[in-house]
Design a protein around this ligand. Structure first.
Ligand code: NAP
Length: 348
């Protein structure tokens, strides 16, 4: 029997879609992603990008206060380690994601810890194939696979991935190799500023390397970086080589000026990339319409429809503009309502 709705992805869009679909008695199946080394390196593990952040100060409903007792009662004991780890007030990204997942579970969502690697949208019911070899049929599909961090594309960067090069300060920042050492963060947006700020908890100093003379980050976040005595902003600079050796991994970076041909070197035991994102749509190439940047196209204004009837898209996979947890959750809700109405109209 085909499933009513299969949801691919497990960020705020996927879980919100699951909560709405489950409450509409559609018995959703969520493919939350596989736990593999490749996914870890790419930043595409289950629970998505929010699982790799720290405090979430802008998700409505968690203003402040010690919420640990609430988390302890809302989440099963296996997740309580996360609460003990989180010293500050309010809600952290991993906590928010586990709360959303648990809410979907509470309404009967079925979860498969695997990636979808192939889809057949040419015939109906649709067919989806997982990395682990599972095949599933579905009357409707919601794609909520999000986006992942970009890298500079330097061979030296590739060489030292997992040995000093990272795109996730929250995942890797506390590792012993980064403690009390100078670190580099590349980028000038909110992610770069947030990562630089976070890394000052561990590093002796953080060099924020930005290719222009003005940050792209919001004013409040930029000011936080400028005011932080442990952050030095390296203006008009690009990393043109990650320096290191086989024993120590990353030992520094070579910077090239964006305004002249000069180069200089910085000592660093880590280089954290925070230069934007790429949507997780490779498995959908040729199956759904995409933008030039490979984001899925919403084909009907104010709806989550894609170019294939019965397939919907939610969250960052179709949004390179807002990219917020709350907007992803919002479009996740919309996609479940769109799927429910489409299934109803088809009598499925
Ligand atoms: P972003 O805003 O697109 O910024 C990417 C940064 O990387 C830019 O400064 C860009 O430089 C730089 N960059 C891109 N390619 C580069 C390259 N090849 N070499 C060197 N530098 C490069 O991406 P983001 O910071 O990940 O933020 C994405 C969205 O999430 C934004 O809407 C942001 O507001 C949001 N966000 C919000 C929060 C928060 O509110 N707490 C936290 C994180 C992210 P240029 O400036 O020169 O283009």
């Amino acid at each position: 029997m085909p499933e009513h709705v299969v949801i691919v992805g497990s960020g705020p869009a996927g879980w919100t879609a699951a909560i709405y679909a489950a409450r509409a008695s559609l018995k959703p199946v969520v493919f939350e992603g596989a736990i593999t080394e490749e996914n870890r390196l790419q930043g595409t593990l289950p629970l998505g990008q929010l699982a790799m952040t720290t405090e979430v100060e802008n998700y409505p409903g968690f203003p402040a206060g010690d919420l640990s007792e609430f988390f302890r009662t809302a989440l099963p004991a296996e997740h309580h380690w996360m609460i003990d780890l989180h010293q500050k007030e309010g809600c952290s990204g991993p906590e928010l994601m586990h709360l959303m997942r648990q809410q979907a579970v509470n309404f009967g969502t079925q979860i498969v810890t695997d990636d979808i690697v192939d889809v057949d949208f040419d015939s109906h019911p649709f067919k989806l194939k997982s990395l682990g070899g599972q095949e599933v049929e579905a009357h409707s599909v919601i794609i909520a696979t999000g986006a992942r961090a970009n890298y500079l594309g330097l061979p030296s960067e590739e060489k030292y991935k997992n040995n000093g090069v990272s795109a996730c300060a929250v995942c890797d920042g506390a590792l012993p190799r980064f403690r009390d050492k100078p670190l580099v963060v590349v980028g000038g947006g909110d992610s770069a500023v947030e990562e630089a700020d976070f890394l000052t908890k561990f590093a002796s100093t953080v060099h924020l390397v930005h290719r222009r003379d003005e940050l792209r980050a919001s004013k409040i976040m930029s000011q936080r970086a400028i005011d932080n005595p442990k952050i030095t902003i390296e203006w008009n600079s690009q990393v043109d080589e990650v320096l290191g050796n086989d024993t120590d991994g990353v030992t520094g970076v070579r910077l090239k000026s964006s305004v002249d041909d000069s180069t200089r070197e910085l000592d660093a035991s880590g280089a954290f990339m925070a230069i934007g994102h790429t949507p997780n749509t490779t498995f959908l190439e040729g199956k759904l319409e995409m933008t030039a940047k490979k984001y899925l196209k919403w084909t009907v204004p104010f709806r989550t429809n894609t170019s294939v009837e019965g397939v919907f898209a939610a969250g960052d996979v179709a949004d390179d503009y807002y990219r917020q947890a709350i907007t992803a959750a919002g479009t996740g809700c919309m996609s479940a309502l769109d799927a429910e109405r489409w299934l109803g109209a088809k009598g499925l």
